[in-house]
Design a protein around this ligand. Structure first.
Ligand code: CP3
Length: 354
C-alpha cells in the first residue's frame, strides 16, 4: 500500500497535483484537462497568429510558455501541460512535417528502411533544446502551487503518423508494415524509444515534475501486437526514466485499450493511468485498486461543449465513483475547438464543490 506523506514541506505539499502519487487521497481531486491550451481560447488564437504557425509556436519558448500559462491564468488548474506536440519528435529527427491551418499534420511518409535511414537522432538537439527552454521558463513563471507536466507521444502512436503521413481512422499503413516486416518496423519503434527517453529526460532536467505518455491509437492493435508495440516500448521508456528520476510520476494514456489497460499498468510500471471516455465505471472505480496507480479521467469532451445539467450530472457521477480513491479529474480525450470557455470555468467550479 502507498504510504501517507507529510503535508508539510517539499514539492508534494506545495503542489496538490502530486499528492495522489505520494499516496494521498484528496477530498477535492486535482484537475487539469488534455488540450487545455488551444483553439477554444481567443488568447491562444491570437498568440498562434503572432507566431505565424503552429510549429513556430511550439519552437518559440516565449510564445509556447505564454500559451501554456493562458489556461492556468483563466482557470487555476492544478497542473500546466507544456505546450508542444507529439510530432515534434519526428520533426526533430528530420522528417518533413507541416500543419496547414484548419487541417491535421502532413508528414513525408517513412515506409522503408531507406526512409528510416534518413532520420538522424544526432539532429534533435536544436529543436529539443527550444522545448527544454520553454520548460525552464515555465517552471520560473508558473505559480509555485502549479505542477508542470511534460509529455511525449508513445512510440506506437507517433509511428502511426510517421508511416501514414497524416492522421487516419485505422492507422493502416503502420499496422501493415508491422505485420509484413516486424523486424524493420521494430527499428522505427526502437529509434522512437531512444529519442523519446532523451526528450523526456531533458524535460525533467529543465523542470517538469510529472510526465504523460500519449498513446492515442493504442486501441487499434490485437493482443500480441498490443504487447509488442504498445506495452513493451512504453515499459522501456518508463523504466529508464524511473532509473534516472525515481520521484517523477509518469502517467500513461493508452486510449482505447479498455480491459487491456490493466495489463498495460502492471507491465509498463506507470504511476498513473489515463482513462478515455469509453472506459466503463467498474474499470475506473475498481479494476485498478490492486495496482499501485493513480486513475485519471474521463469526462466526455463533448459534454464540455454541451455544458449545463448534462455536464454537471456526469461530473458528479465521476466524482462519486472516484471518491476516496487516488484520482485526478480530466477529460477522456482533448478539449475540442468549439468548447465554450465558460463551460470550462463551470467544470472547474463543479469539481471544486461549487
Ligand atoms: O494543451 C495541451 O494539451 C498541450 C499541447 C498538446 C498539443 N497536442 C497541442 C496541439 C498536446 C499534449 C498534444 C498531443 C497530441 N498531438 C496528440 C495526443 C493527444 C490526442 O489528442 O490524441 C496527438 C495525436 C497529436 C498530433 C496532432 N497535433 C494532431 C493530429 C493535430 C491536428 C488535430 C487538431 O487537433 O488540430 C495536432 C495539432 C495541435 N496540437 C493543435 C494543438 C493546440 C492545434 C493546432 C492549431 O493551433 O491549429
Amino acid at each position: 500500500m502507498p504510504s501517507k506523506t507529510s503535508s508539510r514541506g517539499g514539492p508534494v505539499a506545495k503542489r496538490r497535483f502530486l499528492a495522489p502519487f505520494a499516496g494521498e487521497t484528496l477530498a477535492v481531486p486535482p484537475i487539469w484537462l488534455m488540450r487545455q491550451a488551444g483553439r477554444y481560447l481567443p488568447e491562444y488564437r491570437a498568440t498562434r497568429e503572432k507566431a505565424g504557425g503552429f510549429l513556430n509556436l511550439c519552437y518559440t519558448p516565449e510564445l509556447a510558455a505564454e500559451v501554456t500559462l493562458q489556461p492556468i491564468r483563466r482557470y487555476g488548474f492544478d497542473a500546466a501541460i507544456l505546450f508542444s506536440d507529439i510530432l515534434v519528435v519526428p520533426d526533430a529527427l528530420g522528417q518533413r512535417l507541416t500543419f496547414a491551418a484548419g487541417e491535421g499534420p502532413q508528414l513525408e511518409p517513412v515506409r522503408t528502411l531507406a526512409d528510416l535511414g534518413r532520420l538522424d537522432p544526432g539532429k534533435t538537439g536544436d529543436k529539443f533544446g527550444r522545448v527544454f527552454e520553454t520548460v525552464a521558463r515555465l517552471r520560473q513563471d508558473l505559480p509555485d502551487e502549479t505542477a508542470l507536466i511534460g509529455f511525449c507521444g508513445a512510440p506506437w502512436t507517433v509511428a502511426t503518423y510517421m508511416v501514414q503521413g497524416e492522421g487516419s481512422t485505422d492507422q493502416a499503413e503502420a499496422r501493415l508494415w508491422a505485420y509484413r516486416d516486424p523486424e524493420g518496423f521494430a527499428r522505427l519503434i526502437d529509434l522512437l524509444v531512444d529519442t523519446s527517453i532523451g526528450y523526456l529526460d531533458g524535460q525533467v532536467k529543465a523542470g517538469a515534475d510529472c510526465l504523460q505518455i500519449f498513446d492515442t491509437w493504442a486501441g487499434t492493435l490485437p493482443d500480441s501486437e498490443f504487447d509488442r508495440w504498445v506495452v513493451e516500448p512504453t515499459r522501456r521508456i518508463v523504466s529508464t526514466i524511473k532509473e534516472r528520476h525515481p520521484t517523477v510520476p509518469v502517467i500513461g494514456f493508452p486510449r482505447g485499450a479498455g480491459a487491456s489497460s490493466l495489463w498495460y499498468v502492471s507491465e509498463t510500471g506507470v504511476d498513473g493511468i489515463g482513462c478515455d471516455t469509453a472506459m466503463p465505471p467498474y474499470m475506473m472505480g475498481e479494476a485498478f485498486d490492486g495496482e499501485n496507480v493513480v486513475v485519471q479521467g474521463n469526462l466526455d469532451p463533448l459534454l464540455l461543449v454541451v455544458g449545463g445539467a448534462a455536464m454537471d450530472e456526469r461530473v458528479d457521477e465521476i466524482l462519486e465513483l472516484m471518491d476516496g480513491k487516488r484520482f485526478i479529474f480530466n477529460l477522456g480525450h482533448g478539449i475540442v475547438p468549439q468548447t465554450p470557455p465558460e463551460h470550462v470555468a463551470r467544470l472547474v467550479e463543479r469539481v471544486r464543490g461549487g
